[in-house]
Design a protein around this ligand. Structure first.
Ligand code: SF4
Length: 337
């Protein structure tokens, strides 16, 4: 499959009063045409910083790129000027945010917000763009689009605002849609409707999607491939069925174990991963999951494991993949690694 996006060894830090925070620490992944790639992980693992790096929406300073490249259609986005990025954002790459109220302009009617993008990026005249805005609202199943196009964001419910955000994001037929927790603030029925809508639109428009979420149910339903992030790094990647059927990294296994099951007893406690992610002011030398891993060995604290392939599409980064790890059965690693 041809790649539309290639992220290579991306490193992003924030300079703060207390020192440098290494938020993204050398991640590499790609997104194919018409593919949906889910980026999963706990809050603070670097998912949103990655998305904002692709869009170049990070405030610089305090953020800065320490290294790496982001290629979109073969062009390095990190070498683009702000003016060039403005041409790409909103037309070729668009983003749907968790809270539409922070990204919709509260003082502007919905229709006008869609029209502005169409006039700027597609060169339409206002009348034509106005008709297209109504069409877009119809496409995302907003009732009475001719009337709603003349309303302000506060006149819409949360679910309807999210639909409007999607209409805004896809109005210019983007090649890549980045959806950052697009349904977190919505109830499950509306969530299902929005996800169904995104799937349908992807089929109709042929776009690629990066889905950022911590909800593994959504990942199973929506994505072709999964990237598992932790402490600013990628720990495992694979096809969705590979990740769900045979996770290899202890962190992925624990993430999957923390999903509530339908057959749970009512008094059975929900599983949660003990401990907290490492402080990225002082990033760990070895595996970032060391302090929370029940299978940790001595080597894990000192040395970062390399990526190993379990199939052409499934990779993980853990010392347990090493053939000698079988001989180690205690946390002090005295018998082997
Ligand atoms: Fe656990 Fe070591 Fe694997 Fe990290 S490298 S996940 S600490 S076993």
């Amino acid at each position: 499959m041809e790649n539309i996006l290639e992220v290579k060894d991306l490193q992003v830090s924030f300079q703060t009063f207390f020192g440098e925070v290494e938020a993204v620490r050398g991640i590499t992944f790609n997104v194919g045409r018409k593919e949906t790639v889910a980026i999963v992980g706990e809050s603070g693992c670097g998912k949103t910083v990655t998305a904002n790096s692709i869009m170049q929406l990070l405030p610089m300073p305090p953020a800065f790129f320490k290294g790496g490249e982001i290629f979109f259609n073969g062009e390095d986005l990190l070498n683009k000027t702000e003016r060039q990025m403005q041409e790409i954002r909103g037309s070729k790459i668009t983003m749907v945010f968790q809270d539409p109220m922070t990204s919709l302009n509260p003082t502007m009617k919905i229709g006008r917000q869609i029209v502005e993008g169409l006039v700027k990026h597609r060169g339409m005249d206002r009348e034509e763009a106005g008709k297209k805005a109504v069409e877009m609202l119809k496409l995302v199943a907003v009732p009475q689009p001719e009337k709603r196009v003349n309303q302000y964001p506060h006149e819409f419910s949360g679910g309807m605002r999210q639909r409007v955000m999607i209409a805004l994001a896809i109005a210019c037929n983007p090649q890549l849609l980045i959806a950052d927790e697009p349904t977190t603030a919505l109830d499950v029925t509306v969530q299902a409707q929005i996800l169904e809508l995104m799937k349908k639109l992807q089929e109709q428009l042929g776009m690629s999607i990066i889905l950022i979420t911590h909800d593994l149910g959504i990942v199973a339903d929506m994505s072709d491939r999964v990237v598992v992030m932790y402490a600013g790094q990628i720990l495992e990647t694979g096809l969705t069925q590979e990740i769900f059927a045979s996770p290899r990294h202890p962190y992925t296994k624990k993430l999957l174990a923390s999903v509530p099951r339908l057959n749970m007893n009512r008094d059975e406690p929900l599983y949660s991963i003990d401990g907290t992610p490492p402080d990225l002011y002082i990033p760990p030398k070895g595996c970032g999951f060391y302090d929370r891993c029940t299978e940790a060995m001595k080597i894990c604290r000192e040395h970062m494991p390399r990526f190993d392939a379990h199939s052409h599409s499934h990779h993980s980064c853990c010392w347990l993949n090493h053939p000698m790890a079988q001989r180690v059965n205690s946390a002090d690693g005295s018998e082997g690694l």
